[in-house]
Design a protein around this ligand. Sequence first.
Ligand code: SF4
Length: 157
Amino acid sequence: MKVSKSPWLLHYDGSSCNGCDIEVLACLTPVYDVERFGVINTGNPKHADIFLITGGINEQNKPVVQQLYSQMPSPKVVVAVGICACNGGIFKECYNIIGGVDTIIPVDIYVPGCAARPEAIIDGVVKAVALLDKKREERAARKKEEKMQAKQEGGAK
Ligand code: SF4
C-alpha cells in the first residue's frame, strides 16, 4: 500500500471499560507495531487525520467528541473500535448511553469485537489509511476542477 503522507492518529476513550483501550495500546507496542504503516499517535486533534474512538457516547462525552472532530482538519477518517463504539454494545440499554459514535459524528470504519482484537484494530487503521488517501485524492481533484472552472469563467469575461 502506497500513501502520500504519514497519517496521524488521535485516540479518544469515550465511555469504554478500558478493555478496547488496552488493545489499542497493544497495537503501538513492538509486537503489533502499527507505526510500520507510517501511523503516528498524537494527542493534538489539529494534527490528526484519523480519529479512533473506543466506548459509547453519553451526555458527558458527546460535546468532547464533537469538539475533537470539529478541530481535526479535513479530510479525516473516523474509526469506531469495539462494539460499544459501534452501537453502544453491552451498555446500550444504560440510562446514560446515547449509542454508538455514529449517533453524533459520521463514522467511516467499524471495528467489531469485545474487546476488539489488535489484529482487527490494525485492519481498521489500514482501511482508514487507504480511505484517507482516497479522500485526499478526491479533494485534490475537486480543487483542481474548481480552479480550472474559475480560470475558464475569468477568461470568458
Ligand atoms: S467493546 Fe467490550 S472491551 Fe470494548 S469498551 Fe466495550 S465492553 Fe469494553
